[in-house]
Write a protein that binds this ligand. Structure first.
Ligand code: 0X9
Ligand code: ZN
Length: 299
């Protein structure tokens, strides 16, 4: 097996791991959800034991500097392909679609040029600035609160909704596979967030999403004692329009649309040491599994 959860990986290593698991495991096929401005594939691993089942969507790394997020997607992929009784049980009921690097151009830039780069790398405007924040580029109140129209800003929303390959790739894959649950993994702050980010108003099924988030957080905390706060985005972090999980709920009609902020709470922040990859993966996987089970039989 090609997984190594003791260190962070360059994009080509992540994709070699996908190639390896696709070759080794009958459960895995990969597909290309899009191609970036700089020409890199945005890949997805589908984990399925066959047939056509309810789908769980998990994307990681939409923000380039949040390195523990892609690492956690790889941990989840490792677990689901491990042959464990839990993996078998999950795959009896669900297909998983896992996008480990939703922003490959930005991610590579964090390795080669600027470790704390956040956005993609598309040049816009006359000031020579690069990058749209893909998590401001969805059509959930595009251009609303918590976004910027300056291409030099870290929260630049882009010239129009879905102008970016990264948001298009998530949109198109999610629409075509119609998942029951949507998870997008960020770091850091230890939050489990439900819609909305663009308004303080709560969605119609808020109580149900909050219930499932709470089950997920309890299971997550039980693994290593890591405390998470949960609730709607606008209240637990800040207002931010154009985000993927709001789009997933409003436009794709996904009744469970969660955005997670993984470890830590700011001691290391984006520079989370690699010895925390494994415990972060363990607790996040436990939380997601518990949330999936909590939603079983609902909606
Ligand atoms: O600001 C963000 O995009 C996320 N926080 S981060 O520090 N990882 O950048 C929060 C996203 C909340 N989700 C939505 N606004 N839909
Ligand atoms: Zn983020």
């Amino acid at each position: 097996r090609s997984f190594d959860h003791t260190r962070y990986h360059r994009l080509n290593e992540i994709y070699s791991i996908l190639d390896g698991v696709e070759t080794d495991s009958e459960l895995v096929t990969t597909y290309v959800a899009g191609t970036t401005y700089e020409g890199r594939d945005i890949r997805v691993a589908k984990v399925s034991s066959g047939g056509s089942k309810e789908v769980i969507w998990i994307d990681c790394g939409i923000h380039a500097r949040e390195w523990v997020s892609p690492a956690t997607c790889l941990y989840i992929l490792d677990q689901l392909t491990s042959g464990s009784s839990e993996a078998t049980r999950l795959l009896d009921s669900y297909d998983f679609h896992i996008m480990p690097s939703a922003n490959p151009d930005g991610y590579e830039y964090t390795w080669t040029d600027n470790r704390i780069w956040r956005k993609n790398r598309v040049p816009y405007g006359s000031l020579g600035c690069h990058g749209t924040d893909p998590n401001r580029n969805f059509d959930s109140d595009f251009g609303g609160p918590g976004t910027s129209n300056s291409p030099c800003s870290d929260i630049y929303h882009g010239p129009s909704a879905f102008s970016e390959k990264e948001s298009q790739a998530i949109r198109d894959s999610v629409i075509s596979h119609n998942p029951k649950m949507f998870f997008t993994l960020h770091s850091y702050s230890q939050l489990w967030m439900t819609p909305y980010g663009y308004t303080h108003n709560l969605p119609a099924n808020y109580n149900e999403q909050y219930r499932v988030a709470g089950v997920g957080v309890d299971a997550l905390t039980a693994v290593h004692g890591t405390r998470f706060v949960y609730g709607n985005i606008a209240d637990v972090i800040y207002m931010a329009a154009g985000g993927s999980s709001d789009w997933a709920y409003d436009s794709a009609g996904i009744q469970y649309a969660f955005a997670l902020e993984l470890r830590d709470t700011g001691n290391y922040g984006f520079l989370l040491p690699p010895d925390q990859i494994l415990p972060t993966g363990e607790e996040t996987f436990a939380g997601i599994v518990a949330a999936i089970d909590a939603a079983n039989g609902y909606t």
